[in-house]
Design a protein around this ligand. Structure first.
Ligand code: C2E
Ligand code: MG
Ligand code: MG
Ligand code: MG
Length: 294
């Protein structure tokens, strides 16, 4: 059949590109360079955390800060996590780097506290491999104790794809983590093999609406319907809902109307360095004091 022939021709065409071309050789060697650089990045202190504010929609008060990893490469400058996280995962470096991230976020929180600021909860992204590793909850407990941070100040973000694998082990790990007193958020909700069953079975606190739905929530009826359904479901189940990637006032209006609890996005701010966050927290102090008196 003509369709089939075309289909097969296309797939052979695609297969051809798998031959080891000079271009591929270059890609591979760049990749190996990158891997080697990443191995040394931790010791050289090239990793850094940025933080993006999360705000309550009703009051505009600060609800939390999401820690986002950056790599300050000596030549390439600031490298985004989408570039190097997959490499860290493949070459087995995600565990040490992931541990560094948790520790750095906890330590930074304490630094802000000691400076007299009152930082809200900090959210840390956890990769699937890191989460599924035996002893993960114990590692988190140890870091919290060593850094002297109250667990209530920490939130861990995991994705639904993690929950689809090794379900029993996941539930155990989540229970242990929640037993420590920290919170769990389901990141990028709706993009994976979402199963509404997860929301019932897994002890989580928050669902994060993925940016891919939020970005068109005020312009496309399908995305509006998906956002509205997720918010309503979250509310009904007693979960907090937070929208990510809010860039426009129109999107925020939509989310407010639907009863979404909180948001983060360029509309309020980009992820910022720790000193910038300190400025933000300092600016907020008088407001917090007034709230306390009333
Ligand atoms: P994520 O956890 O879903 O984080 C949200 C991403 O959206 C961040 O990208 C953030 O900078 C970006 N973002 C926030 N607001 C807006 C907006 O209004 N518009 C647009 N276009 N983008 C916005 P980033 O920092 O590049 O991180 C990308 C992903 O890398 C994260 O997605 C997360 O999955 C992963 N990641 C970041 N840090 C870590 C980490 O420490 N550990 C692990 N395992 N993964 C991390
Ligand atoms: Mg996240
Ligand atoms: Mg996300
Ligand atoms: Mg996302």
């Amino acid at each position: 059949h003509a369709d089939l022939a075309l289909y097969q021709a296309k797939s052979t065409g695609r297969n051809n590109s798998r031959f080891f071309t000079p271009e591929l050789a270059l890609q591979l060697s760049e990749r190996l360079d990158c891997e080697n650089d990443l191995r040394e990045a931790l010791e050289r202190g090239e990793f850094e955390l940025f933080y993006q504010p999360q705000l309550f929609i009703e009051s505009a008060a600060l609800m939390g800060l999401e820690a986002l990893l950056r790599w300050r490469h000596p030549c390439k400058g600031l490298v985004a996590p989408s570039v190097f996280i997959p490499i860290l995962e493949e070459c087995g470096l995600i565990e040490p780097v992931g541990e560094w991230v948790i520790r750095a976020a906890c330590r930074q929180h304490r630094v802000w506290q000691v400076a007299g600021l009152r930082p809200p909860r900090v959210a840390v992204n956890i990769s699937g491999r890191q989460f599924l590793r035996a002893g993960f909850a114990e590692t988190v407990a140890r870091i919290l104790a060593e850094e002297g941070l109250a667990p209530a100040f920490l939130e861990l973000e995991i994705t639904e794809t993690v929950l689809a694998r090794e379900t029993e082990q996941c539930i155990e790990t989540l229970k242990s983590l929640k037993g420590l007193g920290l919170e769990i958020a389901l990141d990028d909700f709706g993009t994976g093999y979402s199963s509404l069953n997860y929301l019932k079975r897994f002890p989580i606190n928050t669902i994060k609406l993925d940016r891919s739905f939020v970005s068109e929530c005020n312009t496309k009826s399908e995305d509006a319907a998906i956002c509205a359904a997720i918010i309503s479901l979250g509310r009904t189940l007693g979960l907090k809902t937070i929208a990510e990637g809010v860039e426009q006032a129109g999107q925020l209006d939509f989310l407010r109307n639907e009863g979404c609890l909180a948001y983060q996005g360029f509309l309020h701010s980009q992820p910022m360095s720790a000193p910038k966050i300190a400025e933000l927290l300092r600016g907020r102090q008088p407001v917090a004091a007034v709230e306390e008196c009333s």
